[in-house]
Design a protein around this ligand. Sequence first.
Ligand code: NAD
Ligand code: UDP
Length: 322
Amino acid sequence: MESVHNSKQPLSLVSGCAGFVGSHLVDRLIQKGHNVIGIDNLSTGSCENLCHALEQPELFRFIQGDLSDTTVIPDQAYDFIWHIASPASPPDYQRLSIDTMLINSLGTKNMLDMAKKKGSRFLLTSTSEVYGDPSMHPQKESYWGNVNPVGERACYDESKRFAEALTMEYHRKYAVETRIVRIFNTYGPRMRPNDGRVITNFIVQALEEKPLTIYGDGTQTRSFQYIDDLIDGLLLVMESDYAHPINLGNPEEYSMLELARIVLELTGSTSHLSFLPLPSDDPKQRKPDITLAKQLLSWEPKVTLRQGLMNILTTFQALKEI
Ligand code: NAD
Ligand code: UDP
């Protein structure tokens, strides 16, 4: 394979580069002067998310392939390996349940093996789902979680827990420089309008004047982080020297009923609410304790929910007009 690597620039490998988080990370790494190799099997991502990066072939190379196959990972001297690949939306990971378990287990091992071989620094994007339906609120990194190991979300929760355990083992056993980020619900432009997550569902439903689908009674809570804040945090975590998990999320907490009202207000929609059954094992509450990230990284989110929703709303309105 032809190399994108100019040896004066850091070289980053990004798995899941065509997805929501991965594509924003690729853009920021290129802006920072990295050479980037991105791998994605396009199961939930799209090359449309990479149009800026693909315009710079001297800095970015895209490889379509599945990371459970080691042969797709080019043998290069990576400075940084960002393991982002994994379905993240509940309908996606339930549809792709076995694939989700494989990318988080075998895929993580393959990426860690490359980091070990090349002496690269490795970052895993884990998730607040490792806390399950939490009995500690807000959730601190020291909380071990409350996860149903055989439920419908287990393909995601448990495989991310395995990925964290494997990452820590490569750190302890082989001294690989590893980082683990537990990402809380994140949203922004480039989410697929039909990805099934609550923010995309509500915005699309409001724009189409269709009922907003509230699962359960809508009192369950989430804390929503804007994508730019997450990318700032991921870069800081990679630069840090902290190998244990770090929460990145926005601690502003909303019930789904409150979120629906805000979306209706911002869109000016007259949609009604429609109540549907709550999916099994749906966490009742979720809010990050970000004390560690504040102390260690001097990081905290800057974008409020209303500001962030206006940004994603503008891109969805533009899509509707095409
Ligand atoms: P996404 O579905 O938009 O992106 C995931 C990308 O990984 C897609 O482009 C997909 O095609 C690719 N992929 C999946 N399996 C693959 C495989 N076997 N080989 C190669 N590529 C593969 O999801 P996202 O929201 O961008 O999430 C990215 C990461 O962040 C995931 O690891 C997810 O667990 C984590 N995360 C996201 C959120 C969030 O709110 N977005 C919250 C917590 C954790
Ligand atoms: N949800 C909802 N309506 C929808 C989609 C989701 O009420 O159309 C709820 C869902 O049950 C959950 C919350 O919104 O309680 C967040 O769901 P999402 O899928 O966005 O993320 P996650 O469950 O992974 O936190």
